[in-house]
Design a protein around this ligand. Sequence first.
Ligand SMILES: Cc1cc2nc3c(=O)[nH]c(=O)nc-3n(C[C@H](O)[C@H](O)[C@H](O)COP(=O)(O)O)c2cc1C
Length: 212
Amino acid sequence: MQLIDAIKQRKTIKMFQSAVKIPREELIEMLTLSQLAPSKANLQPWRFVIVDEQDLKNKLLDKVAFNGPPCESASAVIAVLADLHYEKLLEDIIDNNIAQGCLAEQFKENTLKFLTDVHQSLNEQDIRDQVLIDTSLAAMQLMLVAKEKGYDTHAIGIFDREAVLTALEIDQDRYAPVMLLAIGRAGVPPLPSVRLPLEYTVSWNNGKGFKK
Ligand SMILES: Cc1cc2nc3c(=O)[nH]c(=O)nc-3n(C[C@H](O)[C@H](O)[C@H](O)COP(=O)(O)O)c2cc1C
């Protein structure tokens, strides 16, 4: 499938074929592709908790407002999280770069110091904004990759964050929930959705050209 077709065909799916289970190997492949997304300083703050056990998925149903049907019927529900303490991984990230030939060992200490200094210059809000932006890029990529692989998704932002994180034993001080992503094979056609004309969303050369 061409990228343009995946973009055009990705639509929010309200109900999946509950008999279709996506094999973990395929989920792993999709996640591997999704985390090729760019991130600030390549810090990769996205984290994914994959819920593919029906019992556990069922435990989420009373915590997702009106979003029960896609969660219940999905092959998996993915809690997409942003790591507010990505700095714990700085050395691992650098070591991984060295191991894969992207950074010479001799630059390790300088790079670590640079990234640590940048991190320490940020306030809590800066950090939260940064990891939410980066994680959202990976989530978008996951939705498109899923479409390309013949699957469908439903991003869910309306859910009881505290209850879902507690049910999944996720450390709330460390991980900010960005969205839940139900994934499976579509069981119903998508609802139609349209976008605003570009005159509302695009302005050329300055910020004064938006229609409203
Ligand atoms: C971050 C995010 C959170 C969303 N949360 C919900 C939700 O809680 N419930 C819902 O029905 N749709 C939710 N949606 C789906 C949007 O309503 C949908 O993407 C939009 O209407 C456009 O439709 P389309 O995805 O089919 O193009 C969410 C979408 C995004 C990107």
